[in-house]
Design a protein around this ligand. Structure first.
Ligand SMILES: Cc1cc2nc3c(=O)[nH]c(=O)nc-3n(C[C@H](O)[C@H](O)[C@H](O)COP(=O)(O)OP(=O)(O)OC[C@H]3O[C@@H](n4cnc5c(N)ncnc54)[C@H](O)[C@@H]3O)c2cc1C
Length: 479
């Protein structure tokens, strides 16, 4: 028997790929998924009404690169192609991404021509950043913060106004602490191997990019041809884990909700006991743990304190999400994806997504304000009341977007320790953790957002890789 720990997108995707491999290998796989709460989907949660849709966690998925195309393959296979709502390059949400600097909203350059023009808040055209890279000396290092790297190669303004807010948008983190390998591994390697980003780019120009040996579905091909920027799912992103959950159940996976695992005991290299909150112990040949690293640390601590210590070292941040609905036919916002606030502005919010511009079928204006992240406790204390966060969010959108109306409906959600931070040394730490597991012959694979990427595509691709890399699918008897 094989067990999956956690029913977020990581756990559900693991189930999906185990089933696919099972069919290919003609093995008789018995699969259990154990989820602590009463639903599957983890941070993906949607509130739907006839007028508006509030996403409480993620809302858009990127279609690009191998991981993005792989997700589209899965979506088509699940029969969800018709539910996809793409944002194409000519859509205002693709063209207009803004930052809030010195009391003004500025559209970030998105076309080639704009790179040669001076765009506020940058003091020079962005092309100067490339000259900076060519003339700057290189520094030999194992890893660096993404902020330091960008400041060294492209200048302080790019680090402050482009990269720092982008890191807030992706992982609610501080670019001064996040590893350069998180987003710019290739650029960092170019610097380390060729002395600079432009130099590395020139040398790699003739290496054609491909999606590896991934076979593309019709949906993935369409996304490439139509150059989708991002996409959402009609009716809310929750449709995605719901469909995966149903797929697992239809294929005889036993999904146990309200089943919080409280201890893991490794018996030998092909036997592991999982004790849950109902006093039930389940024995499996192999376990795929998709729960956050700090939760897994607690479960293995007794038997493997060294492993637990490394798992605890992966930090997580708390984010507050304030969803707002304004029932009005008046245009309260300019069409755009939304805006982010660079940390240097010291503003109480991280940014605002203009949901009514990005997500179809909304009557009125829908906004999501994100607060906290790396600065949650420093700005709001350990346990701020929800109404305080609502007041702060409303005050900021009144000031920045000049919205005078009061929302018709709203929702506040505090997502405790929801996003892992890939701080300097993260990738080496994850290698050490996996090496410990291998050396000690522990029948466990690690999936989910703690290890191989924080976005939806990364989590799905990590599940695929871990399933393909682990020998457990062959443990169960062939039919
Ligand atoms: C506010 C926010 C916005 C985001 N926006 C985007 C976006 O727009 N695009 C994008 O690509 N990504 C986005 N992400 C990231 C994306 O949501 C995550 O990558 C993904 O949901 C993580 O899935 P997971 O399965 O790894 O973890 P989780 O969703 O955390 O799932 C883990 C599951 O394990 C369960 N669990 C924990 N402990 C136990 C236990 N002991 N026993 C049993 N079960 C347990 C939990 O209840 C949970 O269901 C966002 C994330 C957040 C928080």
């Amino acid at each position: 028997m094989t067990a999956i720990l956690g029913g977020g997108l990581g756990g559900l995707s693991t189930g999906y790929y185990l089933l696919k491999n099972n069919i290919n290998n003609n093995s008789n796989l018995k699969l259990f998924l154990l989820e602590a709460t009463n639903y599957c989907g983890g941070w993906i949660k949607t509130i739907r009404t006839k007028d508006y849709l509030f996403e409480q966690g993620p809302r858009t998925i990127r279609p690009k690169g191998t991981t993005g195309l792989n997700t589209l393959n899965m979506i088509q296979d699940l029969g969800l192609s018709e539910h996809i709502a793409p944002i194409k390059p000519d859509h205002p949400a693709a063209k207009n991404r803004m930052i809030y600097v010195r009391n003004n909203l500025h559209i970030l350059p998105s076309s080639l021509i704009s790179v040669f023009q001076k765009n506020q808040p940058f003091s020079k055209p962005l092309i100067y950043a490339l000259f900076n890279d060519i003339k700057s000396p290189y520094k030999e290092m194992e890893d660096d913060s993404i902020y330091n790297f960008v400041e060294r190669r492209f200048g302080k303004e790019i680090a402050d106004y482009a990269i720092s807010p982008m890191i807030c948008g992706i992982c609610a983190g501080d670019a001064k602490q996040i590893s350069v390998k998180f987003l710019m591994k290739t650029l960092f390697e170019w610097e380390q191997n060729h002395g600079g980003v432009v130099k590395g780019l020139m040398k790699s120009m003739f290496n054609s990019k491909s999606a590896g040996d991934l076979e593309l579905s019709e949906l993935a091909k369409r996304a490439q041809e139509e150059k989708w920027n991002v996409y959402t799912i009609k009716g809310g992103l929750e449709t995605f884990p719901d469909t995966l959950h149903n797929y697992l159940v239809e294929n005889n996976v036993t999904v146990k909700l309200n089943s919080q695992v409280e201890e893991i005991e490794f018996v030998d290299s092909s036997s592991v006991a999982l004790k849950n909150n109902n006093g039930i112990t389940l024995t499996a040949n192999h376990v795929y743990a998709s729960i956050p690293a700090y939760s897994l640390a607690k479960l293995v601590e007794k038997q493997h304190p060294v492993l637990a210590e490394s798992l605890y070292e992966i930090p997580f941040v708390t984010v507050a999400i304030v969803n707002l609905y304004f029932d009005t036919t008046e245009n309260l916002i300019k069409p755009a994806f939304g805006f982010l606030v660079p940390p240097i502005e010291n503003c109480p919010i991280l940014g605002v997504v203009f949901d009514s511009c990005c997500i179809p079928d909304q009557n009125g204006t829908v906004l999501t304000v994100m607060l906290g992240g790396k600065w949650f406790e420093e700005k709001f204390g350990a346990n701020p009341p929800e109404n305080m966060l609502m007041e702060i969010a409303l005050a900021e959108i009144r000031k920045i977007l000049k919205i005078k109306e009061s929302p018709t409906a709203s929702n506040v959600n505090i997502l405790k320790k929801c996003i892992p931070q890939y701080v300097i040394g993260h990738y080496e730490r994850v290698d050490r953790i996996r090496e410990y597991i291998q050396v000690n012959n522990l029948p466990i694979s690690l999936v989910g957002c703690s290890y191989d990427g924080v976005g939806i595509n990364d989590v799905i691709f990590s599940a695929k890789t871990q399933v393909e890399d682990s020998p457990c699918v062959f443990h169960d008897k062939p039919t």
